[in-house]
Design a protein around this ligand. Structure first.
Ligand code: SAM
Length: 215
């Protein structure tokens, strides 16, 4: 899966995507993540990418020219859908992340800033709008990283075992419910004991306990 992220803050992504499972997945060629600095596409001599909104109101809006040029340039490298990160989009869920992974080989993630982007870019070039929840972030970069992380877990090989993502909360193993509580050593910590059944070695009883304790 190839992800291309258009943002005015490409460095924001590098630390997160350069560590742990996402880093290994890139080294193994399972995913590719490319960032594109929107300012480089601005024809303004100060590389400006925002302006005041028609109709007035607080805040600035991202202007269409740099967005248009960036998206059309990146579309030459990535044939997947253009996904705009916005609180007004369809909510990201386990099912939507899985569908995005299964139905696309690539996607372009567009990160808004300020009060968002000029509507004409949404009408002309955006294929899908995704929200990571009913709250407002200062920018789309965190949201894009959430999409990359959640979608990558469904790419074969990223988690090692092909079906691992289905063994977590919301997955098939739990019928869409949330996972049971976990415990590790020591068996007693600050006077609190690990449930006896989990130490019994009786796998059938352990599984029953776990399924009873789904949330
Ligand atoms: N004025 C916009 C509104 O009320 O819907 C919010 C703009 S927000 C301050 C700036 C940018 O952050 C948005 O354009 C979007 O790219 C991103 N963003 C904020 N909250 C988000 C969310 N819940 N999911 C996805 N992206 C979000």
């Amino acid at each position: 899966m190839r992800f291309d992220v258009i943002t005015i803050f490409p460095e924001m992504l590098s630390s997160y995507i350069g560590e742990s499972i996402l880093s290994r997945a890139q080294k193994e060629g399972l995913i590719e993540i490319h960032t594109h600095d929107l300012r480089k596409y601005s024809k303004d001599r100060h590389q400006k990418v925002d302006d005041t909104p028609y109709g007035g109101g607080a805040g600035m809006l991202m202007t269409p020219q740099p967005l248009y040029d960036a998206i059309t340039a990146v579309k030459k490298l990535n044939k997947g859908p253009v996904v705009f990160m916005t609180p007004q989009g369809q909510k990201l869920t386990h099912t939507r992340a899985k569908r995005l992974a299964r139905t696309n080989d690539s996607m372009i993630l567009l990160c808004g800033r300020y009060e968002g982007i000029d509507q004409r870019i949404r009408d002309m070039l955006v294929d899908m709008e995704v929200s990571i929840g009913d709250f407002v972030l200062t920018g789309g970069e965190l949201a894009a990283m959430v999409v990359i992380d959640a979608v990558s877990r469904f790419i074969p090989g990223v988690l090692g075992d092909m079906d691992s993502a289905e063994d977590d909360s919301f997955g098939r193993r739990f019928g869409g419910k949330k996972e049971y509580p976990h415990y590790t050593k020591p068996a007693i910590f600050k006077g609190m004991q690990v449930p006896e059944v989990l130490r019994s070695g009786n796998h059938a009883e352990i599984e029953k306990w776990r399924m009873r304790n789904l949330k």
